[in-house]
Design a protein around this ligand. Structure first.
Ligand code: OAD
Length: 244
């Protein structure tokens, strides 16, 4: 078991999470054994072009993910991050690539959901007011259409080739600039370091003096950029690492 990280009253912590943090809740990761993208073509399910070509297939994929995620609960890793946030207040920020809503359900508040939210729907027409997204838990039987403009509705998630939530990098960067005035930690959990721009955050953090820590069962493509790497399950090591 790893030693707890040195987190004092003056430490700031920026956490980046990926699919691995939800694995122990029963949500499959994207890559690796049992991953969502194993045996599936991400480009035919998670791109704007895929949705334009076959919106029914894309909705089936996201509808099934909604149904599955509704049956899953946050695990001790999600809870450990909530407890750390309660301890650090504004010296804590969570950036997640996950759309499953488990951080929110666990109680995280200072959070950026950079790949959107599975339990939101939006209009596919960028000029429609409903393009902003609205809460929706339904697994639709047919492709839903917009009440206002008639265009197809789509899940409010970020697909390959699309820009991430507009304020995500700004919030990460301004947090880093502030944190760099003192001791701070960049902690990545359950992410394979394969998808930009999340994968480059560790380099941004290093340049600003962060102690960098990775918790990932199989490591990550960018493992070498971290000061500490823990090949372990997040739900088992995070409570210990964060001493919560
Ligand atoms: P990946 O599926 O690429 O990586 C998950 C990582 O979590 C792997 O490195 C695993 O080793 C690790 N892991 C698995 N179980 C774990 C556990 N119990 N505890 C700790 N680590 C564990 O997921 P992401 O990096 O989040 O984007 O993927 C990034 C993006 O690529 C996703 O947001 C998604 C995907 O394609 C889109 O859909 C646009």
């Amino acid at each position: 078991m790893p030693h707890p990280l040195r987190i004092t009253a003056d430490t700031s912590v920026l956490v980046l999470t990926g699919a691995g943090i939800s694995a122990e809740s029963g949500i499959p990761t994207f890559r690796g054994a049992g991953g969502f993208w194993r045996g599936r073509d991400a480009m035919s399910l998670a791109t704007p072009e895929a949705f334009a070509k076959d919106p029914k297939l894309v909705w089936e994929f996201y509808g099934e993910r909604r149904t599955h995620a509704l049956g899953c609960e946050p695990n001790p890793a999600h809870v450990a991050l909530v407890q750390l946030e309660q301890r650090l207040g504004d010296r804590f920020l969570l950036i997640t690539q996950n759309v499953d809503g488990l951080h929110r359900r666990a109680g995280s508040q200072r959070m950026v959901e950079m790949h959107g939210r599975l339990f939101e729907t939006k209009c596919s027409n960028p000029r429609c007011p409903r393009h902003e997204g609205f809460p929706d838990r339904v697994n639709p039987k047919r492709v839903p259409s917009c009440d206002l403009c008639g265009a197809n509705l789509r899940p409010n998630v970020v697909w390959f080739g699309e820009a991430i939530e507009s304020d995500a990098m700004d919030r990460a960067l301004s947090f880093m600039e502030e944190a760099a005035r003192g001791h701070w930690v960049f902690l990545a959990v359950g992410t394979s370091g394969a998808v930009m721009p999340a994968a480059m955050m560790v380099d941004m953090a290093r340049r600003r003096g962060a102690e960098t820590v990775l918790v990932s069962l199989d490591g990550a493509d960018n493992s070498r950029a971290f000061d500490q790497v823990h090949h372990a399950r997040a739900g088992e090591v995070l409570p210990r690492l964060l001493a919560v």
